[in-house]
Ligand binder design. Sequence first.
Ligand SMILES: NC(=O)N[C@@H](CC(=O)O)C(=O)O
Ligand SMILES: [Zn+2]
Ligand SMILES: [Zn+2]
Length: 428
Amino acid sequence: MNALFVDGDKDEIVRKHLKVQDGKVAQWADGDTVPDTAGCEVIDATGKLLSPGFIDMHVHLREPGFEYKETIASGTRSAAKGGFTTIACMPNTRPVTDTPETVKYVLDKAEAEGVVKVLPYAAITKNELGRELTDFAALKEAGAIGFTDDGVGVQNAQMMKNAMALAKSLGMPVIAHCEDDSLVEGAAVTEGAFSRKHGLKGIPNESEAIHVGRDILLSEATGVHYHVCHVSTEQSVRLIKLGKSVGVNVTAEVCPHHLVLSDEDIPGTTDANWKMNPPLRTPRDVEACIQALEEGTIDIIVTDHAPHSAEEKARGLERAPFGIVGFETAFPLLYTKFVKTGRWTLSFLLRRMTSDPARVFGLPTGKLEPGAPADLILIDLENEREVNPETFLSQGRNTPFAGWKLYGWPTLTMVDGKVVWTEENGIN
Ligand SMILES: NC(=O)N[C@@H](CC(=O)O)C(=O)O
Ligand SMILES: [Zn+2]
Ligand SMILES: [Zn+2]
């Protein structure tokens, strides 16, 4: 494979050949050498960027139970098209992924029907109701990689503390959707210019940050690895920074939409493709999240891919469910908005989507070193294309980015040395 590769530390783009063997990265060669390709299948990647496959530690595949929104088959295909080779799926399924049987169901389905690697999270509390802890040891044994009640916040502090102590004893992380229900009360958008203009009830920033602060203290008390989901506010950023500065084992993620959109971009009160949880915040919060990612207060980028049916999203801003799809626009959005504009280097963006998530969650992927799994992608950095939800491999079409003109489209995705998707031929 004759490809362009970002030489990490220098952020120089160099030409390289890469040899893959037995599903693993076998050998790198300088672009000027003529590699011995006898017996090899050759992929011509001239002019394309070669990167480790993206890792998305926060996605919703909806199976079991909500197959009308997405399935493991359609969700992993969408992921592959977006350049993701490893994805971690949330337990807010039906049934909730709160038993070893359901964890195994997800893993078996992913093995049989998925095209990228799927890592399941299990719920912290039974049915995500916040009342009773799940059987962490059994869930770990079944293959869960961490515990989270994503979709809702754990409202009771003692419950969260018990969860963290138990997770710590098993060497597992706790991943938290931070939301204090008493401060939210049925609002659909952030408290900000948009909610004031339209006379809507707003979701205040502190509904998120109160949980972040509480949980950082509980993480300090228990020693658990505590990971904050979809950070969206300046206040959360401040607290995470403080936690890190005193040595608390806290990490955090941010979504592309919270980096490129604010509440002031929402076009009106009808289109629910602008509704997600946490909501789009104020421009000041957006800038705080960008800076936090830049300085490492926020560690990684995730999509929070959250597909819903067209019928559900047609219910309008106030009544539709929260969530937007993310796989098939994530990299082009960030590349176009932050790298093309010169604010970020390409290597910085790639790191936050590959080696950083691998480091935070201890995964054996995210770097193309000899011996590592050949989970890799090719990207076309040159051609601008319009986002067209009709072409998504996700069943979900719920995106606010339809019609956006973006650069940085993946053209090939390989998992364990097997080409699973190409732009030319689709899913393999
Ligand atoms: N992010 C969302 O807006 N929605 C998620 C739930 C969640 O991530 O909290 C969903 O499951 O639809
Ligand atoms: Zn969430
Ligand atoms: Zn989520």
